[in-house]
Design a protein around this ligand. Sequence first.
Ligand code: ADP
Ligand code: MG
Length: 384
Amino acid sequence: KGTKTAVARKLSMEMDEKNESRILVFVRLRPMSKKEKEVGSRCCVKIVNKKDVYLTEFGNENDYLRLKRLKGRHFTFDASFPDSSAQCEVYTTTTAELVEAVLQGRNGSVFCYGATGAGKTYTMLGTIDNPGVMVLAIKDLFAKIRQRSFDGNHVVHLSYLEVYNETVRDLLSPGRPLVLREDKQGIAAAGLTQYRAYSTDEVMALLQRGNQNRTTEPTRANETSSRSHAILQVVVEYRVKDASMNVINRVGKLSLIDLAGSERALATDQRTLRSLEGANINRSLLALSSCINALVEHKKHIPYRNSKLTQLLKDSLGGACNTVMIANISPSNVSFGETQNTLHWADRAKEIRTKTCEANEDVLELPETRTADQTKLVLELQKE
Ligand code: ADP
Ligand code: MG
């Protein structure tokens, strides 16, 4: 519970004079897989106090003071989840507060970063028995909506898209690639399906189906490595009245992002399409790291336009948004290099500041002659 309050405090209060708050960064270690055990992997990651992460290389060092002196061997995050952490613990600590903020008309985003096989999709989507952050967030969202007195007033829309090989596709109704357009609310994919969701039950099936539409390709490094970035957007719209009895329309947006594997394309040795694809996946992730660098260094120009992914993440990284990053890592010494690389970028992401997010709202112009529904709404709002 201590961590949750720390997160809540950060989201609401820990902004500086410039009205900025920093990205919260978490690390999740997954359990050793059967395959890793079979080849005699040693565990090279130690998590201490649910915060500190030590890379031990030989798996048997306990000399943390020595590791602290070595470059790239000791990191500390807002919270670090050992391999025994349950899905709901990860959800509660990283995302529950963002769901609350979205219900107040603010924006939030969570993205999982890490090498293929490190546990990103497990963390985001999970399984039927162990649903991940995407499903738990929607479940929690509906539970919270039901608790509020003005239910029936909230409208929830979902969209699920992928960026693959610098092409944006709709995962809920696969078809032609989508074009990105910029409007006053930010960058959006034109023609993207907005699925109106009424309950949690339908959502898991919907997301799993969407996930099957994700582009996965066999590579040498991993049989079914996911080569695409998947973004679930949850938009909550509702009406409240302000002090002067105006009806206000509020919109909150939560983006949950499962990035493609961060490993270098060179790790696979297939040529032509596969390496072109690798270059494009890298282009998106490379662009992400350039944006992170530029944001950390307070550069005037942030190169969002260099890739589709960074265009879509523009709001989450540099805009008015509460942003959370979850870095997924494997415990095996075989993945030492990738783990170190992931932790390096996660560590750097801690420096990013986003603008404090105000509620997105518009005064609703209700016509003089109201429909029955509008009259009912105004009466209901006046009762509160
Ligand atoms: P990624 O999406 O990063 O490529 P996955 O999420 O697909 O990786 O994880 C790789 C494998 O490890 C999957 O079989 C997944 O079920 C398993 N796995 C990952 N994280 C965990 C965890 N925390 N607990 C149990 N199994 C996990
Ligand atoms: Mg995956």
